[in-house]
Ligand binder design. Structure first.
Ligand code: SAM
Length: 178
């Protein structure tokens, strides 16, 4: 929210990929964004997001799509602001996901993903082991932050904001106006 406030999102259209139960884009809507589309692989996440949107009186400004963003991206409109909050780490092809989501972004690109630290890799490795034990096909990934940053900057965005805690790196990029 801090980085997005610096970038500005008043009256903006929002695309949140891997939107979970929708708290982030719903908060942006309550604070001045115009409308939001939330995409998630998990039908339960989409159900909850719709329910929360109803409780927050945001149903008429939200649209939810269940599916893999990489498979449905061509059917989606571009947005002023794209958000991927802890999503790049759920997807093996970070290059494809970042480039495809950048191509949908008009002005602001915001993402949170894991830092490349030994203890983060250890945690993700243990989480992957747990997934194998419980026979889930989900795997977490630590993609190199410098590669992600290069892809975004090479696509014409400037980094406006960065913050981190021990595990997560949050960055907000803005496309300069012509
Ligand atoms: C760790 S959760 C984060 C959810 C939410 N952004 C949050 O911070 O609470 C990652 C979410 O991304 C979704 N996801 C991962 N890859 C996706 C993809 N390719 N397309 C759509 N959703 C995806 C997962 O289903 C999951 O709900």
């Amino acid at each position: 929210m801090e980085g997005l406030e610096q970038a500005g999102y008043s009256d903006a259209t929002i695309l949140e990929i891997g939107s979970g139960v929708g708290h982030l884009h719903q908060t942006l809507l309550e604070q001045g964004a115009a409308s939001a589309v939330g995409i998630d692989l998990a039908s339960r996440m989409i159900e909850e997001a719709r329910r929360w949107a109803g409780e927050r009186n945001l149903s008429n400004r939200t649209d939810y799509v269940q599916g893999d963003f990489m498979e449905i991206k061509d059917s989606l409109h571009d947005a002023d602001v794209t958000v991927l909050d802890k999503v790049v780490c759920c997807y093996p092809d970070a290059d494809g996901l970042v480039h495809a989501s950048l191509s949908k972004t008009g002005r602001v690109y915001a993402l949170t993903y894991p830092r490349d630290r030994w203890y983060v890799r250890l945690m993700m490795g243990l989480a992957a082991l747990m997934m194998i034990i419980i026979r889930s096909d989900f795997r977490p990934y630590v993609h190199a932050p410098e590669r992600i940053e290069n892809w975004i900057v090479e696509s014409g965005f400037n980094k406006l904001y960065q913050n981190n805690n021990l595990v997560w790196l949050t960055q907000v990029y803005v496309k300069p106006s012509i």
